[in-house]
Design a binder for this molecule. Structure first.
Ligand SMILES: O=P(O)(O)OC[C@H]1O[C@H](OP(=O)(O)OP(=O)(O)O)[C@H](O)[C@@H]1O
Ligand SMILES: Nc1nc2[nH]cnc2c(=O)[nH]1
Length: 191
């Protein structure tokens, strides 16, 4: 696995530090909202997009010191060895959302914002369930036009427009367990 890596873009220490910072920012904003409406105790509903966000969410949620629920959503658009979007679709069997999100403050979390199709589909699916508020958060955003023009509230890192793996992100379902965000050698992706 190590020998397939071309270069490390973001190492595990930088990820850990930034995840902590981002969690503090999110917690402050949620607390300010709860203060503004004293009748509402501070509580958030996390909606991670499977599969790629699992590691990010596991780290982020442990830095968020408030009551929370978590409801998973699965969306796929890069099946198998794809490195370009084939169009986002919800995987119904792996998505467990309440019929209504009324009264809930929702934080949608994904690992990467690339073409923007996944975030747009997820956002619309959640809006249809009428949450009290909806915030969006991604670990990585690619510096390409589609991504930069997709509305998102929190971004941990802007990265170059290259295919990356590690820290939950896969190629052909492998490499998710790499602790750093890396690029792969060209011969691995093109084999
Ligand atoms: O902005 P987009 O172009 O839509 O790309 C972003 C999505 O692509 C990946 O999902 P993938 O389809 O690979 O599913 P996975 O999370 O199960 O690996 C990633 O996890 C994001 O959800
Ligand atoms: N693993 C991975 N999945 C993606 N989905 C959208 N962009 C990417 C990427 O760069 N890497």
């Amino acid at each position: 696995m190590e020998r397939d890596i071309d270069r490390v873009l973001i190492d595990r220490n930088a990820i850990a530090q930034r995840v902590n910072e981002l969690a503090a920012e999110i917690a402050d904003e949620l607390a300010a909202e709860a203060d503004a409406d004293a009748a509402t105790p501070l509580e958030v509903t996390l909606v991670p997009i499977l599969t790629g966000s699992f590691m990010f969410v596991a780290d982020l949620m442990r830095c968020l010191p408030m009551r929370m629920q978590i409801h998973m959503m699965s969306i796929t658009s890069y099946p198998g060895r794809s490195t370009a979007s084939r169009g986002a679709s919800v995987v119904a069997g792996l998505t467990r959302l309440p019929e209504s999100l009324a009264g809930l403050h929702v934080l949608l979390i994904d690992d990467i914002l690339d073409s923007g199709q996944t975030l747009q589909l997820a956002t619309q699916t959640l809006r249809d369930r009428n949450p009290a508020s909806l915030r969006t958060c991604v670990l990585l955003r690619k510096q390409r036009e589609d991504a930069m023009h997709t509305p998102v509230d929190y971004v941990a890192f802007d990265i170059p427009d290259e295919f990356v793996v590690g820290y939950g992100l896969d190629f052909d379902d492998y490499y998710r367990n790499l602790p750093d965000i890396v690029t792969l050698k060209r011969e691995v992706v093109e084999a």
